[in-house]
Design a protein around this ligand. Structure first.
Ligand code: CP
Ligand code: NVA
Length: 304
């Protein structure tokens, strides 16, 4: 595995190995141990969109591994693919740094970087997918449930980048995912078919949040308005009426249900403050696990 662009192109064994390494390194660091396999190595961190979790967890991860992160805003380098072609950027970066992570609007930009870079490229969120998030989510589910095979995840809301990566992860790791979205906001059929090519009927699309949460081990939601969609905020908030994760919905699930949200959460819209603060919520463990997964990912990609 040179790059980490999409869960759909990883094997089940690669994902399980990364998850095991994430748990092992988490335990090591929690017990005061350190692994400085990336001493003297650098990670270029390109961000076309805002970020709290991804930026701070990646930078912390590379520092904890003994290396350094270089945060780069598009305006610092004249845009991604504007001042110079992405294929030139990728080859120049490859002469300086040991890995590149990028958060872009178009997924093609990250794919093009990976095509030309001779160092690993990591997808740190695109409009199409958010694989590091889904892996941290699955790591969190493993912590709460142990064996995750056969667990049911109910994703309530927009069939977006986060839902897509979750679909690929669930399918590869033998979980069931029901996506409940309003008409017009479903996960696209091609992605559902791609996920189900790994294990048939793993990912199911519905329009009914209430039936989706029946028997669910996890309820998951994300913002109704992703970065780049700000001009649609009023329409989206109207269209997603009835798709809020609130206590009434949570109570339709088994009492052991865990609630996940990739954050940032827009309380009062896709999720209520009450649910975020309830005993069902594991959103801060989930956010923490971004660090533990990405530390493992950097070790694997940079140090082998
Ligand atoms: N969940 C997530 O990726 O958060 P940021 O946008 O803050 O990085
Ligand atoms: N779907 C959201 C996720 C944010 C972490 C977005 O793309 O803005």
């Amino acid at each position: 595995m040179k790059d980490f662009l999409s869960i759909s192109t990883c094997t089940k064994d690669q994902l399980l190995e990364l998850l095991k390494l994430s748990h092992d390194l988490k335990a090591l660091y929690k017990s005061g141990g350190r692994d400085i396999c990336c001493a003297g190595k650098t990670l270029a961190m390109l961000f076309e969109k805002p970020s709290l979790r991804t930026r701070v967890s990646f930078e912390t991860a590379i520092i904890q591994l003994g290396g350094s992160g270089i945060y780069i805003k598009p305006e610092d380098i004249g845009g991604i693919g504007k001042r110079e072609p992405i294929k030139d950027m990728a080859r120049v970066f490859s002469r300086y740094v040991n890995a590149i992570m990028a958060r872009t609007f178009e997924h093609d930009k990250v794919a093009e970087l990976a095509k030309w870079a001779t160092v690993p490229v990591i997808n740190a969120l695109t409009d199409w997918s958010h694989p590091c998030q889904a892996m941290a989510d699955i790591m969190t589910m493993q912590e709460y449930f142990g064996d995750i095979a056969g667990r049911k995840i109910a994703y309530i809301g927009d069939g977006n980048n986060v839902a897509r990566s979750l679909a690929f992860g669930c399918a590869k790791l033998d979980m069931k995912l029901v996506v409940a979205s309003p008409v017009g906001y479903e996960l696209d059929r091609e992605s559902i078919a791609k996920a189900n090519s790994h294990a048939s009927d793993t990912v199911i699309q519905t329009h009914d949040p209430r039936s989706a949460v029946e028997g669910a081990d996890v309820i998951y939601t994300d913002t109704w308005v992703s970065m780049g969609q700000e001009s649609e905020v009023a329409k989206r908030r109207a269209d997603f009426t009835g798709y809020q994760v609130n206590m009434e919905l949570v109570k339709l699930a088994p009492s052991h249900v865990k609630v996940l949200h990739c954050l940032p959460a827009y309380r009062g819209f896709e999720i209520t403050d009450e649910v975020c603060e309830s005993d069902h919520s594991v959103i801060f463990d989930e956010a923490e696990n971004r660090l533990h997964f990405q530390r493992a990912l950097l070790k694997k990609l940079i140090c082998g």
